[in-house]
Design a protein around this ligand. Structure first.
Ligand SMILES: Cc1ncc(COP(=O)(O)O)c(C=O)c1O
Length: 347
């Protein structure tokens, strides 16, 4: 087998950061193939979570020192996430239990905002977390249309163009498929949704860990991802374009802060995990070069994307040599832009 071209010293150094990679099974080191189930977590993130509990475990918005430090930490986590996503500012970032819970909350609010007969366009390539919440709105009289998938695991853009129309108020689609790794043409989706005046929501849970994200360039109205896919804990992240979350009305208590980004964060957030999310972004930035956090994140994500591409090609080429009766569903997609996800069909 050919060797990978990458800088082994750095990779080995980086492997040392992950305690879970030191696990073995029957005296063999464990390898984790299930990327879509989440990344492993580096010691730096584990330490930050642990340190939160040791030093400033408290509820937010009170006047004692641990509470003030918690507020500061959450503000910093929002700013860090805005650097990671290329968003305007930290106030556009909300945290929640996970992507699915945030998306349900958002869909209920958008469902109340729209009128019966208004249309939502979703896709058959999407994870159920970005289908179920929108399909449920059919019971409120909203029309939900679905873009078809081509046999080789990409979106059918002709079908997309046929189904989007002047009644479409929202296009809710994935940025990358967790099943095939296909990266969708979100620039086209933005263009078509602008033409009919529809909002664009992107589920980037499977995209954000693999490529740099530039929300200012994308122009998405809503954008969701999950920190456990990029070396963090189980926390969902929602970006809403400035001013948008205040126009719709997410379920919330009368007693909580009524404005964005707080109004969709019901109950007591998982502060320790939010601290861990901030640390995960710092961890990614620590591998990049550049003058500021955003440049370091961009640089680091470019390196990660290039390395993953090389690794996926290596895996793809060699798995076929090693295992018989395996069909690799990604072969037809290798010339498309993909995240390094490979689908095995066996049996
Ligand atoms: C593409 C995609 N969207 C959404 C989700 C759901 O994310 P969460 O587990 O944060 O609810 C997943 C989870 O695997 C996913 O892969």
């Amino acid at each position: 087998m050919d060797r990978l071209n990458h800088d082994y010293e750095n990779i080995i150094k980086c492997r040392d950061d992950f305690p879970s990679l030191k696990r073995s099974l029957r005296d063999l080191p464990l390898a984790y193939f299930d990327g879509p189930a989440g990344t492993q977590v580096p010691q730096q993130v584990i330490d930050t979570i642990s340190s939160y509990y040791k030093t400033c475990n408290a509820n937010a918005h009170a006047h004692f020192i641990t509470s003030i430090e918690t507020d500061r930490m959450i503000d910093e986590a929002r700013v860090n996430m805005s650097h990671f996503l290329g968003a305007e500012c930290g106030e556009t970032i909300s945290f929640g239990a996970n992507m699915t819970t945030l998306n349900f909350s958002l869909s209920k609010a958008i469902g109340r905002y729209l009128q019966p007969g208004d249309e939502i366009l979703i896709t058959q390539l999407d994870h159920e977390a970005n289908r179920g919440p929108w399909l449920a709105l059919r019971s409120r009289g909203l029309v939900v249309r679905e873009v078809a998938v081509t046999p080789d695991g990409a979106l059918d853009y002709r079908d997309f163009e046929n189904k989007i129309n002047d009644n479409t108020r929202l296009v809710a689609m994935g940025y990358a498929s967790n099943a095939f790794g296909t990266v969708n043409d979100v620039a086209l989706a933005r263009k078509l949704s602008y033409q009919v005046g529809a909002w664009l929501l992107l589920d980037a849970v499977h995209y954000a860990p693999h490529f740099p994200t530039d929300l200012r360039q994308l122009g998405a109205d809503f954008f969701l991802c999950s920190a456990y896919k990029f070396y963090g804990p189980h926390v969902g992240i929602l970006y809403c374009k400035a001013g948008l979350l205040d126009r719709i009305y997410p379920d919330r208590l009368r007693t909580q802060i009524q404005q964005a980004p707080f109004c969709i964060e019901t109950g007591t957030p998982n502060f320790a995990s939010i601290a861990g999310t901030r640390a995960a972004v710092d961890y990614i930035a620590s591998f990049g070069t550049g003058r500021d956090t955003r440049s370091r994140i961009l640089n680091s994500m470019e390196v990660i994307a290039a390395y993953e591409h090389e690794l996926a090609q290596y895996l793809y080429q060699n798995i076929l040599l090693l295992v018989s009766n395996v069909e690799c569903a990604s072969d037809k997609l290798l010339d498309l832009l993909k995240v390094g996800t490979i689908v095995f069909l066996y049996g």
